[in-house]
Write a protein that binds this ligand. Structure first.
Ligand SMILES: Cc1cc2nc3c(=O)[nH]c(=O)nc-3n(C[C@H](O)[C@H](O)[C@H](O)COP(=O)(O)OP(=O)(O)OC[C@H]3O[C@@H](n4cnc5c(N)ncnc54)[C@H](O)[C@@H]3O)c2cc1C
Length: 389
């Protein structure tokens, strides 16, 4: 096969890039290791920045998002038994939209199918070749037959555990990483949310997040030991612990129910630099990971796609490589600001035992300042709704 852009991975980054390229008349093929159903079953992000929504508009797949997404103008920060609202709209002039990653993925898959563009699911043994030359190609196995795709460019959109970054010699890039000594246990349940907006709660027993996907479907998280396993937590134990960590009035409003999905996530900050290796471009989680506290992972994948799509389009329009040459630097400048914000929000809200009583007092002082200073609230709001591209 021959295409202009071979995209590895059908997560949000790969599908969004594919959709934008297709609409610009640039041929592309997506190779995905898993089945479409498996990709759709992964419950992850739920908060979209305005820039991500605008990109989905540009990709022509935001109709359902606008009809069903919940526009949020604020978030609640809870500590010392009380909730404090940060008015995102007042402090930044902008809002966020609550719309699940699974729905974004479904919309992008349907839009791609409507355009008749190929996605090869369950592609095994994907390998990247010759991307340091002008003639890169990808091989993969389908039903025991090895196939080859020649391309002008390869977009590595295959997530943290993908093959693209691992295909690059380790000497060619630098890694910056922090693994946090705790995880998040998440529960999805068909129960109405405890509040109209997200509640980020700091508690001595650990962080808790009250979130939602719709007026009838809630997503809750609690901080757990990194070594905890999902099987160690019954639904009842989860709900009890959640209610202990949020202020009493919010706890009273938590409606419990059987979990539709329950999963554990390890928290990690990670950046691999640069994001370009010849004709291979990394995009999204393939190049960087943030702890989910700041709701930035999916949104960073989208901003990478914005830069990469523009650069590839320029190349095919005018054979100019200028934007391709600056892709990595431009994407990383935004990535690092989101890394900083996600790290800060994680540190401000989680139980960090190694910091002791002094650190705990500083944490309370930080949150007190944040929720009583317009300047501090503006800093949070500006970052939470998403820095400009
Ligand atoms: C619990 C949790 C909560 C989160 N909450 C938020 C949030 O609120 N807001 C937010 O913005 N982000 C959040 N995130 C992060 C967000 O989900 C990710 O940043 C996002 O999925 C990144 O998209 P991606 O397309 O880069 O990678 P992925 O979604 O990981 O997609 C990569 C794709 O590549 C495929 N692949 C992997 N290896 C290969 C291979 N060898 N060959 C072919 N295909 C391959 C995978 O199967 C996958 O489909 C959360 C993450 C978690 C775990």
């Amino acid at each position: 096969m021959r295409t202009q852009v071979a995209i590895i991975g059908a997560g949000p980054a790969g599908l969004l890039l594919g959709q934008l390229l297709s609409r610009a008349g640039i041929d592309n093929i997506i190779l995905e290791r898993s089945s479409a159903d498996h990709v759709l079953s992964r419950v992850r992000a739920g908060v979209l920045e305005g820039g991500t929504v605008a990109l989905l508009d540009e990709a022509g797949c935001a109709d359902r998002l606008h009809a069903e997404g919940l526009v949020h103008n604020g978030i609640e920060i809870a500590f010392s038994g009380e909730c404090h609202r940060i008015d995102l709209k007042r402090h930044s002039g902008r809002s966020v939209t609550v719309y699940g990653q699974t729905e974004v993925t479904r919309d992008l898959m349907e839009a791609r199918a409507a355009l008749g563009r190929p996605t090869i699911y369950e592609a095994a043994n994907v390998e990247l070749h010759e991307f340091d030359t002008a003639a890169p190609y990808v091989t993969f196995t389908r039903e025991d037959i090895t196939e080859r795709i020649d391309a002008d460019f390869i977009a590595g959109c295959d997530g943290f555990h993908g093959i693209s970054r691992r295909s690059v010699p380790t000497a060619a890039f630098s890694v910056f990483e922090r693994v946090y000594p705790f995880g998040w246990l998440g529960v999805l349940a068909d129960v109405p949310p405890a509040a109209d907006e997200l509640i980020y709660a700091r508690h001595a027993r650990g962080f808790a997040l009250c979130s939602m996907r719709s007026p009838t479907r809630s997503r809750y998280y609690i901080q757990t030991d990194a070594a905890d396993k999902v099987e160690m937590w019954t639904d009842d134990a989860f709900w009890d612990e959640l209610r202990r960590r949020v202020p009493a009035d919010a706890a009273d409003r938590v409606v419990t129910g059987p979990s539709l999905e329950k999963s554990m996530a390890q928290l990690r900050s990670f950046v691999a630099e640069p994001m370009r290796f010849g004709r291979l471009f990394l995009c999204g989680d393939a190049a960087h990971i943030v702890p989910p506290t700041g709701a930035k992972g999916l949104n960073l994948a989208a901003s990478d796609v914005h830069y990469l799509f523009g650069a590839i389009r320029d190349y095919f329009d005018s054979r100019s490589e200028a934007a391709l040459d600056t892709y990595s630097a431009r994407a990383l400048a935004r990535v690092w600001k989101a890394e900083r914000f996600s790290w800060w929000m994680t540190a401000a809200l989680h139980n960090l035992p190694e910091q002791g009583a002094f650190g705990e007092r500083l944490q309370i002082a930080e949150l007190d300042y944040l929720t009583h200073s317009d300047a501090a609230a503006s800093v949070l709001a500006e970052n939470y709704v998403g820095l400009p591209y």
